[in-house]
Design a protein around this ligand. Structure first.
Ligand code: ADP
Ligand code: MG
Length: 212
């Protein structure tokens, strides 16, 4: 917050907390929300409706912390549901949203809102998840946090899918399907081919734009 001519001006901001599953992203989101509430700021919390693992209308951490949240089906719905009086908007599992989420959070920040997001930076193949690469780029602050590798106890930056034969990117699950792994124990299905395909696609897209 800054002051101009005696009246307070709320400066908006964009914060991202990212990392693999079980790294404490939701715990950190809830911690920041609770501190804002202690400061008597009006907070609204959103989550994608697709994530109903624990609860339809609550954000719940793996350590059973929870907070009320509004489930939404698209990023534009967030914009429609934010009140003028809201100072802080928190969004969990932000990787599940469409690319418009970057426009939505930029708009909110321009209106003076503090936007706090938590999401998986990578999918189970180690590829940037949905809009996360763009969100990390436009954020004012990024915290990349680690889980603990279930095999060796080292800091884990990857989410390992126990049955990689299920190859769709979005497969909502818990410890039944996923575990946290360090880089050396991630051993992605198909080795590095999927990551390579992702970067080859990126390069061919930028080659094309240079030809324009
Ligand atoms: P995220 O939102 O990143 O998936 P949560 O905030 O929901 O993570 O849960 C973090 C909690 O998960 C930790 O405080 C810990 O109690 C628990 N946990 C379970 N497995 C692991 C693991 N492999 N590494 C770290 N924490 C774990
Ligand atoms: Mg979480």
């Amino acid at each position: 917050m800054s002051f101009f001519g005696g009246s307070p001006i709320f400066s908006g901001s964009i914060e991202v907390v990212c990392g693999p599953m079980f790294s404490g992203k939701t715990e950190e989101l809830i911690r920041r929300v609770k501190r804002a509430q202690i400061a008597r700021q009006k907070v609204q919390i959103f989550k994608p409706a697709i994530d109903n693992r624990y609860h339809e209308t609550e954000v719940v951490s793996h350590s059973s912390l929870s907070i009320e949240a509004t489930p939404v089906n698209s990023s534009v719905e967030i914009l429609q549901k934010v009140f003028d009086s809201t100072r802080v908007v928190a969004i969990d599992e932000v990787q599940f949203f469409d690319e418009n989420i970057t426009v939505v959070v930029e708009k909110l920040a321009r209106r003076g809102v503090r936007v706090i997001m938590a999401g998986l930076d990578q999918d189970f193949k180690g590829v940037p998840f949905g809009p996360m690469a763009s969100l990390l780029a436009i954020a004012d602050s990024v915290d990349k946090i680690h889980a603990i590798c279930t095999l060796c106890g080292a800091p884990a930056t990857k989410t390992f899918r126990k049955n990689p034969k299920n190859s769709e990117q979005v497969l909502v699950g818990e410890t039944d399907l996923y575990e946290a792994r360090c880089r050396s124990h991630a051993d992605f299905f198909g080795e590095d081919q999927d990551q390579l395909a992702f970067f080859v696609n990126l390069n061919s897209a930028s080659d094309k734009s240079q030809n324009l």
